[in-house]
Design a protein around this ligand. Structure first.
Ligand SMILES: C[S@@+](CC[C@H](N)C(=O)[O-])C[C@H]1O[C@@H](n2cnc3c(N)ncnc32)[C@H](O)[C@@H]1O
Length: 269
C-alpha cells in the first residue's frame, strides 16, 4: 500500500520534485532505494559507484576502484567515500578510491580549448593537509595528471576501475586523463561508468563539441576503435530526466576478455 502510494507520488510531475528533496534530505528509505531513485547527495556519483559495483559483483570481482579526476577542496572525493561505504556494505565488495589533482589548483590554460574565458590558473587550490585529515579512505594522487597517469598503475596497483568522475575543467587535462583508459585490461571492468562534470554549464561556459571536455571525449572516440565512450540512452529516455543524466558516459572496452560475459537474464516478455 505504502509502496503504491510512493509510486503514485513519484509519478506525479507536481509532487515529485519536493518528494525527491525530502527523501534526500531526511534519508527516507534504504540507501539502495534512494540511490536508484537519484535522491542522494551527488546522485551522479552514487549512480556510477552503485552500478560499477553491481556489474563487478555479477562478474565475480571482489574489489573495484573508483577515481575522481579533479579534487579541489575535496567535496566530491568525500562524497565518493560516502557512496563507496554504502555501496560496499550493500553489494559486498571492496572499493578503493583515488583522487587526482595538482594540489595547486588549475594549471595555466594551454589554448582556447581549455576555455580561458571561463577558467584561470590557480582556481580551486587545495589545502592539502586539511583535506588529508578529512579523508577516511581515499588516496590523493597529487601532481600534473599527465605525469601521474604514467606511474599510477605501477605505484598503486589499483583494483579494477569501475567508475570515474572527470572534473578537470580543461580539454588538455581531460585528454591526459582519458589516455589512462589505454592501460592493461586488468585495471578496468569491461564497462566503466563515467561522469563528466564540465559538459553542461551556463551561458558563461558555453560548453560545446569543439572545446573542453566534450572535445576530449569526441577526439578520444575518434582515435580508439576498441574503446568508446557511449551515451547512456537508458537514462536519457527516463520519464523524469535530470541534468546529470546528460553528464554520464559509459566506457566500453570491446576488446576486454570479460566484455562478452553474460550478465543478463531471460525474462518473460
Ligand atoms: C572544479 S575543480 C574539481 C572539483 C571537485 N571535483 C568537486 O566536485 O569538489 C577542478 C580541479 O582540477 C584540477 N586539475 C585541472 N587540470 C589538472 C591537471 N592537468 N592535473 C591535475 N589536476 C588538474 C585542478 O587543480 C582543480 O582542483
Amino acid at each position: 500500500m505504502i509502496e503504491k502510494l510512493q509510486r503514485l507520488i513519484l509519478n506525479s510531475p507536481n509532487l515529485r520534485p519536493i518528494t525527491m528533496k525530502l527523501i534526500r534530505k531526511f534519508q527516507i528509505g534504504s540507501y539502495q532505494k534512494r540511490v536508484v531513485l537519484g535522491a542522494v547527495e551527488r546522485p551522479h556519483y552514487g549512480y556510477c559507484v552503485y552500478n560499477a559495483a553491481v556489474l563487478a559483483k555479477r562478474l565475480g570481482y571482489e574489489r573495484i576502484s573508483v577515481l575522481e579526476f579533479g579534487v579541489a577542496w575535496g567535496h566530491g572525493l568525500m562524497n565518493l567515500e560516502y557512496h563507496a561505504q554504502e555501496v560496499s556494505r550493500l553489494i559486498g565488495i571492496e572499493i578503493e578510491i583515488y583522487g587526482f589533482d595538482t594540489g595547486a589548483g588549475l594549471p595555466k590554460p594551454k589554448d582556447y580549448r581549455d576555455l580561458p574565458y571561463h577558467w584561470q590558473e590557480g582556481f580551486f587550490r587545495m589545502d592539502v593537509p586539511k583535506l588529508q585529515a578529512q579523508l577516511k579512505k581515499a588516496k590523493l594522487v597529487l601532481g600534473e595528471v599527465e605525469h601521474k597517469s604514467k606511474d599510477f598503475f605501477d605505484k598503486y596497483n589499483p583494483a579494477p576501475i569501475g567508475a570515474i568522475a572527470y572534473d578537470l575543467d580543461f580539454y588538455s587535462s581531460t585528454i591526459a586523463a582519458l589516455k589512462m583508459l589505454e592501460a592493461d585490461e586488468k585495471y578496468y571492468l569491461p564497462r566503466v561508468f563515467c561522469y563528466f562534470d564540465d559538459t553542461i554549464g551556463t551561458e558563461s561556459e558555453l560548453y560545446n563539441d569543439y572545446t573542453g571536455e566534450r572535445l576530449a571525449i569526441n577526439e578520444f572516440n575518434q582515435s580508439h576503435n576498441n574503446i568508446k565512450l557511449g551515451f547512456p540512452y537508458h537514462l536519457l529516455a527516463k520519464r523524469f530526466p535530470e541534468m546529470w543524466h546528460h553528464q554520464i558516459w559509459v566506457c566500453h572496452f570491446f576488446g576486454h576478455s570479460r566484455y562478452n560475459d553474460l550478465i543478463g537474464a531471460e525474462r518473460p516478455s
